[in-house]
Design a protein around this ligand. Structure first.
Ligand code: ZN
Length: 55
């Protein structure tokens, strides 16, 4: 289940498939590939390295 969060509140997407979710009321479309991100995935993520200063 995927949630559509807006300033009006939060609700489930009326339309949801394995690859996308769509909320016509708010004009929100979500697309994804692969399995959902889970906490363990985020735990192993590293922030992008800072860009080196110019010159
Ligand atoms: Zn919505």
């Amino acid at each position: 289940m995927t949630w559509c969060a807006t300033r009006d509140g939060i609700h489930t997407f009326p339309y949801e498939t394995e690859v996308e979710a769509f909320c016509p009321e708010h004009g929100v479309t979500l697309l994804w590939h692969g399995p959902p991100i889970t906490p363990p995935d985020l735990a192993g993520a590293e922030p992008h390295p800072a860009e080196p200063a110019g010159d």
